[in-house]
Design a protein around this ligand. Structure first.
Ligand SMILES: [Zn+2]
Length: 73
Protein backbone atom coordinates (compact mmCIF):
# COMPACT_ATOMS: atom_id res chain seq x y z
CA UNK A 1 0.00 0.00 0.00
CA UNK A 2 1.21 3.45 -0.66
CA UNK A 3 4.37 4.69 -2.20
CA UNK A 4 6.28 2.67 -4.73
CA UNK A 5 9.00 3.34 -7.29
CA UNK A 6 8.30 5.74 -10.13
CA UNK A 7 4.68 6.63 -9.63
CA UNK A 8 4.78 7.18 -5.86
CA UNK A 9 1.24 7.42 -4.47
CA UNK A 10 -0.27 6.03 -7.64
CA UNK A 11 1.68 2.84 -6.90
CA UNK A 12 -1.30 1.74 -4.86
CA UNK A 13 -2.90 0.79 -8.13
CA UNK A 14 -0.15 -1.79 -8.75
CA UNK A 15 0.29 -2.67 -12.38
CA UNK A 16 -3.30 -1.95 -13.22
CA UNK A 17 -4.44 0.65 -15.74
CA UNK A 18 -1.01 1.07 -17.37
CA UNK A 19 1.80 3.44 -16.49
CA UNK A 20 0.50 6.41 -18.47
CA UNK A 21 -2.77 6.39 -16.61
CA UNK A 22 -0.99 6.01 -13.28
CA UNK A 23 1.19 9.02 -14.00
CA UNK A 24 -1.93 11.01 -14.75
CA UNK A 25 -3.45 9.83 -11.48
CA UNK A 26 -0.27 10.82 -9.65
CA UNK A 27 -0.62 14.38 -10.90
CA UNK A 28 -4.17 14.49 -9.57
CA UNK A 29 -3.16 13.02 -6.23
CA UNK A 30 -0.30 15.47 -5.77
CA UNK A 31 -2.53 18.43 -6.61
CA UNK A 32 -4.97 17.24 -4.02
CA UNK A 33 -2.33 17.71 -1.33
CA UNK A 34 -1.27 21.11 -2.56
CA UNK A 35 -2.50 24.46 -1.33
CA UNK A 36 -5.08 26.44 -3.19
CA UNK A 37 -5.90 30.11 -2.91
CA UNK A 38 -9.39 30.42 -1.49
CA UNK A 39 -11.79 32.53 -3.52
CA UNK A 40 -13.62 33.46 -0.33
CA UNK A 41 -10.87 34.67 2.04
CA UNK A 42 -7.87 34.83 -0.30
CA UNK A 43 -5.70 32.65 1.94
CA UNK A 44 -3.61 29.82 0.61
CA UNK A 45 -5.16 26.78 2.25
CA UNK A 46 -5.52 23.04 1.97
CA UNK A 47 -9.05 22.61 0.66
CA UNK A 48 -11.17 19.89 2.18
CA UNK A 49 -13.18 17.75 -0.17
CA UNK A 50 -16.72 17.42 1.18
CA UNK A 51 -18.11 15.40 -1.68
CA UNK A 52 -17.25 14.65 -5.28
CA UNK A 53 -16.50 18.05 -6.79
CA UNK A 54 -17.43 19.99 -3.66
CA UNK A 55 -14.59 21.72 -1.77
CA UNK A 56 -14.53 23.67 1.46
CA UNK A 57 -12.06 26.20 2.79
CA UNK A 58 -11.05 25.20 6.35
CA UNK A 59 -10.34 28.83 7.16
CA UNK A 60 -13.55 30.64 6.21
CA UNK A 61 -15.92 27.77 5.36
CA UNK A 62 -16.36 28.91 1.78
CA UNK A 63 -17.58 26.04 -0.37
CA UNK A 64 -17.44 25.75 -4.10
CA UNK A 65 -17.95 23.23 -6.86
CA UNK A 66 -14.76 22.21 -8.55
CA UNK A 67 -13.18 19.29 -10.33
CA UNK A 68 -13.99 15.93 -8.77
CA UNK A 69 -10.52 14.95 -7.59
CA UNK A 70 -8.45 18.07 -7.15
CA UNK A 71 -9.21 21.45 -5.54
CA UNK A 72 -7.68 23.28 -8.49
CA UNK A 73 -10.25 25.01 -10.67
ZN1 LIG B 1 -11.41 30.75 2.68
Amino acid sequence: MGHTKRVKEAGRYGSRYGSTVRKRVLKILSERHSRTVCAGCGKSVLMRRISVGVWECPSCGYTYAGPAHTPKS
